[in-house]
Write a protein that binds this ligand. Sequence first.
Ligand SMILES: [Zn+2]
Length: 243
Amino acid sequence: MHDLLKALTALQRVDSELDELTRSSREYPTMLAELEARLGAARQSTDAIRQRLADLEGQKRALEEQLAADREKVKKWEARLAEQRSAREYSALAREIDIAKKQNETAAEEIAELAKQIRQAREELEAAEAAYAEVENEVQADRARIEAALGETSQKQAELNERRKEAAASIPPQMLRRYDLIHERRGNALVPVLNGACTGCHMSLPPQLHNLLRSRPRLDTCPSCGRLIYVPSAFEEQVEGQV
Ligand SMILES: [Zn+2]
């Protein structure tokens, strides 16, 4: 009975380490996904600025081409001005030229405004790219850290599984199945009885059962939660009695 309790205690110790390992490593995929999301958001804001910059540059280019064509037109009209015979035709064309020149001035102002916006967008892009690079560095470092932890976890898991096999070897198969079943449902499968209560579910044991457990080393089942229970002092006294 002593050896069984010792073996079950050892098994439970390994299991709680395994459970803890599983618990802590369960967060890793979430953490990795969060890192990817963070990087994605940084990329998106950089892409948005880059797109806006490209749009502005496109607008500016189109306006510049239009303006160059319009200025060419004005030049031609000005050349034609000298050829005008009648004063009416002359003044009509001169007015057209005036209007076109004013329009060209407005276009030039728009181009200058676009150039200003492009400069700002370039600055924004530069800042966003620097921020992205920073996030990328952080994410890479975090990812490496998590991947290393994952590697450590699987190594530790293998070690613990090996230790579990050793601990389980001396436990009778039927008891091991019972233990495994309770462990799966309740976590700790083996718990001491303290002050007449199961420390797994904190329910008081029937006095008869408690007396039985106190009188000699014995493993039993908690009537409330089904865990394996024992009274530590019963085992200790037996040991002292044997010595
Ligand atoms: Zn219980």
